[in-house]
Design a protein around this ligand. Structure first.
Ligand SMILES: NC(=O)c1ccc[n+]([C@@H]2O[C@H](COP(=O)([O-])OP(=O)(O)OC[C@H]3O[C@@H](n4cnc5c(N)ncnc54)[C@H](O)[C@@H]3O)[C@@H](O)[C@H]2O)c1
Length: 337
């Protein structure tokens, strides 16, 4: 089997996880190296995986030994890294959000287009088998015309509320839900957004701009109405669920349960829930890289594109305006987070 020589840029929490996934679970991937902006920040990981630590991100992005890069750096660095990687002819997988502004998203998309390199974005839920099955039912007409869509994210715990950058709940967390709703409501475009949000988990940090709880209502141009909701503190673990209700039925998908095992006794029933994203979506992360490698190796188009990332970002940025103005806002106006 042919494999794709990949380098990972950004070796924090998820970049390290991605590097391990690429090295151990994706046969089409040949992890050749890792790099981080912190000098020596990738050395322990490189040693663990037996790959090269590039001295800096630029060295990896310009290396002739690398065919494709996985960008898992801090979100604010994404767009520029995509542009630099594309300029050096690398196929690009970029974590979400691909950019923090619509103009940067456009620059990243244009850079990949001009260079003629594939660009995939890390909306991993699209690769979770349960969500893929739900999507197939919706696209096959199994629930008729979609009318109400719902996507829920509950993160397991807010450890350091003071360190959460402003608007994170929209640009980092709910952006997954926005992409999921767009994906499930195939071909439709989000036109209007309205938000209710607060700091219910850590109210003391609200003054500083923290929002840890939010409900977003989205109107689509096919008439469907979507709701995305998030909390930063589910005591029972990481919880991601979705529902599409239509003229002919409904699909529901997702469960925070890690195992189907249930423990029944005199006090009731107990089950084990996933603690974090990498536990709940381990297979989906491996699946998105497998799909990326296959698309690049076969010359195909990745299934989650820069345009998809821009569409989700447009909703996230519109949420910011809605919170700031307290009203319903048309999607698409450029706002800086
Ligand atoms: N798809 C998902 O489910 C998912 C899950 C977690 C995180 N993410 C995304 O992945 C990204 C990283 O998240 P994290 O939790 O690992 O953050 P992190 O803070 O743990 O790691 C970020 C790393 O990027 C490095 N970095 C910063 N700027 C850089 C640059 N210009 N070049 C190279 N490295 C640079 C930092 O030194 C750090 O090691 C974020 O954009 C986040 O939104 C996605």
């Amino acid at each position: 089997m042919r494999s794709l020589r990949i380098g990972v840029v950004g070796t924090g929490r998820i970049g390290s996880f991605h590097a391990r996934t690429l090295a151990r679970r994706v046969p089409e991937a040949d992890l050749v190296g890792v790099a981080d902006a912190r000098p020596g920040g990738a050395s322990t990981l490189a040693e663990e995986l037996g790959v090269r630590e590039f001295e800096a991100p630029w060295a990896l992005l310009t290396s002739p030994d690398v065919d494709a890069v996985v960008i898992a750096a801090t979100s604010t660095a994404h767009a520029d890294l995509v542009i630099e990687a594309a300029a050096h002819g690398k196929a690009v997988f970029c974590e979400k959000p691909m950019a923090m502004t619509l103009s940067d998203a456009d620059r990243a998309i244009a850079a990949a287009d001009v260079a003629g390199v594939p660009l995939q974005v890390g909306f991993n839920r699209r690769f979770a088998p349960d969500f893929v099955a739900a999507k197939a039912v919706v696209d096959g007409g199994g629930i008729g015309r979609p009318q109400l869509l719902r996507s829920v994210t509950r993160d397991p715990g807010l450890v350091n509320p003071g360190a959460v950058p402003p608007w994170t709940i929209f640009t980092q967390t709910l952006i997954h839900d926005f992409d999921l709703l767009n994906w499930m409501n195939s071909g439709a475009r989000a036109v209007e957004v309205s938000v209710m949000a607060d700091a219910l988990v850590a109210p003391d940090f609200k003054e500083g701009g923290l929002l840890d709880t939010a409900v977003v209502t989205i109107r689509y141009d096919n008439g469907a109405i979507g709701v995305a909701e998030a909390s930063f503190s589910a005591t029972y673990g990481y919880d991601v669920r979705a529902e599409v209700f239509g003229s002919g039925g409904m699909v529901t998908v997702g469960s925070p349960r890690q195992l189907t095992m249930e423990h029944w006794d005199g006090s009731g029933v107990r089950g084990l829930t996933a603690r974090g994203d990498t536990e709940l979506f381990g297979d989906a992360y491996a699946g998105e890289f497998s799909a990326f490698c296959s698309a690049v190796l076969s010359g195909g188009t990745p299934v989650v594109t820069g345009t998809d990332a821009r569409a989700a970002l447009a909703i996230a940025l519109t949420c910011i305006t809605s919170v700031s103005t307290g009203g319903t806002v048309r999607v698409g106006a450029e706002v800086s987070p």
